[in-house]
Design a protein around this ligand. Structure first.
Ligand SMILES: [Mn+2]
Length: 397
């Protein structure tokens, strides 16, 4: 017999599906949250079932279970731990532990990709193109590589996972992986995925107008309240406001904060670590401790949201050599333009002291310090008319 304890996200359930493909009725699979895994491991160890091979994938065990698993293994119990989180690397010291963050070609791994390799190596599963593609989609989703590769199928597989129950997802995927020659979505799935995409777009548009900016330590953060679509939201808000180091997504019902960044200079697992949370460099989370509540909820509640840059301009464009015009909430006008080999900022027609190596650097400075936005063409054009008007007057005198 086999038993698999795994995570209840797409990567964890991917392992469950592979286990059922490999072992059929011989395996029992339990999907766990981070918190419930240790209880399940304890329960298994209390029963001392030495005939069952226990797999643990995509989640890590606490110190006590680590010791108990070792004792169980030394006493003839069968355990295989497979994970890809660097926070679990210390478990590699055990014979039953196998933690791989990157494969031999330097590609990031996921629990599903590691478990697939394991099953193939031990002759427990027959390789197939369909399964390999399914595994790769999950790997790309779980490691965020889909973003870089713009792999929409990976994103959609995860969206589908959240639209149906785990049981339904398992059932549909098991059948598809056994019977199809390639991995695909059926017509019904395509339709609901399209509807879901539209819904996410509308949701994100609304949330873009609710984001407030705050400085925490050395970093500038954007804070928004949202119950759903955290990955999509973190990603889109990060791209819309690249001057922010990271995005904080507050889920008040769940009393949690999620952290997302699109930048390489920030590791949000460290940010979450400050509040006893954790996760990956690009995505992490923590519970709303008193300190986190004060910083992210209480202090930011009175703030006004950022205003988005004008999107449909033809004249007031970013990076223009004629200058790009910004404004802030106190109606201060900023003009950003190149001069010699750098970029300068005029604040109400007076040049500020600093200059900048690139347009992006100047804009980041402007947005971090003044929360200014690119104004619409009509404001830009009337400003130019006014300026030209006053030059004419000077000429005539
Ligand atoms: Mn994973």
């Amino acid at each position: 017999m086999y038993k698999l304890l795994t995570h209840n996200d797409l990567d964890g359930v991917g392992c469950g599906i592979l286990a059922k493909l490999a072992f059929g009725k011989e395996v029992r699979v339990r999907y766990n949250s981070i918190a419930s895994l240790n209880r399940e491991v304890e329960w298994f160890l209390d029963n001392e079932d030495k005939d069952t091979l226990l797999f643990i994938t995509d989640l890590s065990v606490n110190e006590e279970n680590e010791k108990r698993l070792e004792t169980f293994y030394q006493g003839g119990g069968k355990v295989q731990f497979l994970d890809h989180h660097k926070t679990a690397l210390h478990l590699n010291e055990y014979e039953w532990g196998s933690v791989t963050v990157e494969d031999k070609d330097g590609k990031l791994t996921s629990a599903t990709s590691l478990f697939y390799e394991y099953l193939l190596e031990h002759g427990l599963l027959q390789a197939s193109d369909t399964i390999a593609e399914f595994v790769e989609l999950i790997r790309q989703y779980d490691t965020w590589e889909w973003e870089k590769n713009d792999n929409q199928r990976a994103r959609q597989l995860n969206a589908l996972f959240f639209l149906v129950s785990i049981e339904e997802f398992e059932e549909v995927m098991l059948e598809r992986l056994q019977k199809s020659e390639f991995f695909h979505f059926d017509d019904f799935e395509k339709r609901i995925l399209d509807m879901e995409d539209d819904k996410i777009d509308r949701y994100i548009r609304r949330k873009r107008r609710q984001l407030v900016q705050t400085k925490i330590g050395d970093y500038y953060a954007g804070v928004v309240h949202a119950e759903s679509y955290h990955s999509e939201l973190g990603n889109e808000l990060g791209k819309e406001y690249p001057h922010l180091d990271y995005i904080v997504i507050l889920n008040m019902g769940g009393k949690r904060a999620g952290f997302r960044t699109i930048h390489n200079h920030v590791d949000v697992s460290e940010v979450a670590g400050r509040f006893a949370g954790g996760g990956h460099a690009k995505a992490s989370g923590c519970s709303l401790t008193d300190e986190a509540y004060k910083l992210f909820v209480e202090n930011t509640f009175p703030l006004d949201p950022l205003t988005e840059d004008a999107k449909r301009n033809r004249y007031n464009m970013k990076q223009s050599s004629f200058g790009s015009m910004y404004k802030n909430r106190s109606d201060v006008i900023f003009l950003l333009y190149p001069e010699n080999d750098h970029w300068v900022i005029e604040e109400n027609k007076t040049k500020i002291d600093q200059h900048f190596a690139s347009f992006e650097e100047a804009e980041t400075f402007l947005k971090r310090n003044y929360e200014a936005w690119l104004v619409r063409d009509n404001i830009f054009v009337s400003y130019l008319m006014e300026t030209i008007g006053s030059i004419d007057k000077i000429d005539m005198s």
